[in-house]
Design a protein around this ligand. Structure first.
Ligand code: SAM
Length: 383
């Protein structure tokens, strides 16, 4: 997503939502919570969480993801997955999307791969989605895809066939923990109440036992860890190691980010303070790819990348595809197609901010969009 600069939370913004008031009551009763618990509740609270109650993806909503920016994205993801499936021999497989949002990526992927001989007939399609609101939107959007099945987690997808997995802006919505280096070591950052009883982040006064896992860093440094993201990627990689298949993971972030808080809240295409109206604004953070490469590689598959989204889409032929679409387009549609292409590929838009990682359980050489030198060195699992 691309957004404008942050504005600070206004007076009492933290309690200007039902979830904000619940958080204040929870903290008054039980004490501060960690950032991961705050993020999980702000996004996934069953009634007041952002994805349960609002989930405004798209130009008229809070933020635009790659498939919402242009049909070219889902079409080329479809081409990459269909190519991998053909190279593996074209046997029956399960297509899985993690966090499908409005269903736009899958709709574009499905339409674009209709001409790939035997592909649709070989696939069962599974959506991993926790939000009932978005499940309803996906069902409406994906009427053309037969036999869709919804699950709350990847574990529920039957483990009997190779998997083709796509996860776009899924990991950035999974919770992170934050730690700050103080004079006596690393301390967990928590959400508590300030002297006026308002929600506020502050370090836990006790040093964290996680310190054992953390590098030396100057006082004041903030580090982010995400056991939830690591568990999700390890889960994908184990399934690919056991059953074969390929996963495309796309998100904003980098292999090794500089220290610092990257928790980001967005409302109506503007960055806002992360404590603004909890549950009514989107919350994400940049994805740190290095630990994900390690957990995926330790499960057995080869991990390629991450490579910048713009480069990945260029290698898949986005310019050619744009040319085909422009040939039959009206002037207005052509402008939209060009804008979408620029948004997906230009370095100042999504082209470099977003990265693509492939986890390859088939081992048929570099997957479409990657070159051999982008394979990460094998990771030896701990004994
Ligand atoms: C930022 S949206 C991305 C939507 C879509 N992939 C796109 O690119 O437009 C995040 C998606 O992940 C879903 N989600 C968030 N946490 C989840 C979880 N723990 N399990 C399954 N889905 C989750 C949200 O409901 C939403 O569909």
């Amino acid at each position: 997503m691309t957004v404008a600069a942050a504005s600070p939370a206004g007076l009492d913004d933290d309690v200007a939502s039902p979830l904000g008031r619940e958080l204040v009551a929870l903290i008054e009763a039980h004490g501060p919570i960690d950032v991961a618990t705050f993020m999980a509740l702000a996004l996934g609270h069953p009634t007041h969480g952002y994805y349960s109650s609002r989930a405004a993806l798209g130009a008229g909503g809070d933020f635009v993801t790659a498939p919402e920016a242009s049909q070219l994205f889902g079409e080329l993801i479809g081409a990459a997955l269909a190519t991998a499936w053909q190279q593996a021999g074209g046997a029956p497989a399960r297509l899985v999307e993690l966090g499908p949002g409005n269903g736009t990526l899958l709709a574009d992927l499905w339409r674009a791969t209709a001409g790939v001989k035997g592909f649709h007939a070989a696939l069962d399609v599974h959506l991993v989605e926790t939000s009932p609101l978005l499940r309803r939107r996906q069902a409406e959007r994906l009427g053309a895809v037969p036999g869709l099945a919804w699950h709350a987690a990847l574990d529920e997808v039957p483990a009997d066939r190779p998997l083709l997995v796509v996860a776009n802006e899924f990991l950035d919505a999974l919770p992170i923990r934050q730690l700050i280096r103080l004079e006596d070591g690393w301390h967990e950052i928590q959400l508590g109440l300030d002297a006026r009883g308002r929600l506020a982040f502050a370090p836990d006064p006790r040093p964290s036992p996680l310190a054992l896992r953390l590098p030396a860093a100057p006082i004041g440094s903030v580090l982010e860890l995400s056991p939830a993201r690591e568990a999700a990627v390890a889960g994908i990689a184990h399934r690919l190691a056991d059953q074969g298949g390929l996963a495309l993971v796309v998100d904003y972030g980098e292999r090794d980010p500089a220290p610092g808080s990257t928790l980001q809240a967005v409302s109506r295409h503007r960055r806002v303070d992360p404590l603004t109206r909890p549950g009514e604004v989107d919350l994400t953070s940049r994805v740190h790819f290095a630990p994900l490469i390690n957990v995926a590689g330790a499960a057995g598959p080869t991990v390629f990348g991450p490579v910048p989204q713009g480069l990945f889409l260029q290698r898949l032929g986005i310019d050619l595809r744009l040319g085909h679409l422009l040939a039959g387009a009206s002037a207005a549609a052509a402008t939209g197609l060009r804008l979408g292409h620029a948004r997906l590929t230009e370095p100042a838009a999504m082209g470099e901010l977003f990265q693509v990682l492939t986890i390859d359980g088939w081992g048929n050489g570099p997957p479409a969009g990657f070159v051999a030198a982008e394979a990460n060195a094998p990771v030896r699992a701990r004994p």
